[in-house]
Design a binder for this molecule. Sequence first.
Ligand SMILES: Nc1nc2c(ncn2[C@@H]2O[C@H](COP(=O)(O)OP(=O)(O)OP(=O)(O)O)[C@@H](O)[C@H]2O)c(=O)[nH]1
Length: 495
Amino acid sequence: MVLAQLGGSISRALQQMSNATIIDEKVLNDCLNEITRALLQADVQFKLVRDMQANIKKIVNLDDLAAGHNKRKIIQQAIFNELCKILDPGKPSFTPKKGKTSVVMFVGLQGSGKTTTCTKYAYYHQKKGWKPALVCADTFRAGAFDQLKQNATKAKIPFYGSYTESDPVRIAVEGVERFKKENCDLIIVDTSGRHKQEAALFEEMRQVSEATKPDLVIFVMDSSIGQAAFDQAQAFKQSVAVGAVIVTKMDGHAKGGGALSAVAATKSPVIFIGTGEHMDEFEVFDVKPFVSRLLGMGDWSGFMDKIHEVVPMDQQPELLQKLSEGNFTLRIMYEQFQNILKMGPIGQVFSMLPGFSQELMPKGREKESQAKIKRYMTMMDSMTNEELDSTNPKLMNESRIMRIARGCGRPVRDVMEMLEEYKRLAKIWSKMKGLKIPKKGEMSALSRNMNAQHMSKVLPPQMLKQIGGMGGLQNLMKQMGSAKDMMGMFGGGEK
Ligand SMILES: Nc1nc2c(ncn2[C@@H]2O[C@H](COP(=O)(O)OP(=O)(O)OP(=O)(O)O)[C@@H](O)[C@H]2O)c(=O)[nH]1
């Protein structure tokens, strides 16, 4: 995965610098050279990388930094800011509003992943309570309608298209009209792609756009083209009013970083990235959380987004209540596992947690972890209510463990392993004890309450170290506005 490769190299460089006893010119240069190499390998344009290096050196003037200054933190912050600058187009995208009809037209070259991305985009919004619909105005590629139909059916999203009509404009207009009548709030129009940027493609795009008057045109491009994305994005922008970009196949190509920075250079905001062929391998792209993940600092807002999707709002306060009493029972663990399984690709979820990126869930081992969670849940299915709701560790005696093992058909050592995992998690969560629960509407009180100090107690020590200790955590929370985001997880969200 492109993020793991690029992020791994950058965070290794930062780690090496942190390990040095004294930060001098040489240590800083080594660190910057390492980062430069990683960015160039990801196909980020040479000039951008060179400017970034120069800017960091200007900011981090080692001679001027008096002793006592935390040089590591200053350098890390400068790197963070510069990477954000490279990826920031300086322009927000138009965002459709739930409940208000928006037409969104997708354009891009053939094979860029446009049709797949249309469905991912629809599915993402559907999960958040929108009423999306898909229109297939791709009459150029035989099989395009079938593909869209198949994807849409799987995701239970209404669709419109035709096997016989060859005029894309007509189909697009008919589809948009029909779904407007059906009160869909997100009408997505998939258009034809061609192998090359050619006049016929652009002309057709223009006609569909004129006829359907989209609120937003999204350009879909494949990340494997790296910095060549600049020319491609420019060419599309000149033909139709591209308002946002989605970069696909970020899972398979080393050049993803180059593609993202090149798109930013055209001043077009990237709004999502595709990270796999499956429907839920699709992530919101936001510069700061993205860079934060790249540096192994986590992405709280993305994580919370996922939590909001799967933990029903009405159950969140109850969860907080139980946690604040220090009652992390096996039943709570069971419910947490259910939530994790609902969240989609487990590696994607974990990579949003600080320090978890590479170690915990290496690509290719997600299935294993998922299977383990399911195995644990099967064992818990053989437990009594008393066992599930107990907080007394002594309750789980030998005879109970043997009974559970027999009940679920697993060896005793598997049950013991599951109980060990429970104890480990219970220990982490016990740190939440004493957290004050706000009454409805007391968001700000909770924000004060849930500060970095509280968070530092919850995080495992090695994770805290990786973020840069308390200082790093405070910084991170400031950057992400995370005190507010984190509230949602524990029931204080006012969404
Ligand atoms: N690995 C990976 N594959 C992807 C991703 N997005 C799309 N694909 C795959 O890319 C291939 C092309 O995707 P399509 O959606 O058919 O491409 P398209 O741009 O709609 O093609 P046309 O309709 O011909 O213009 C398919 O095999 C998809 O499964 C992604 O984020 N990661």
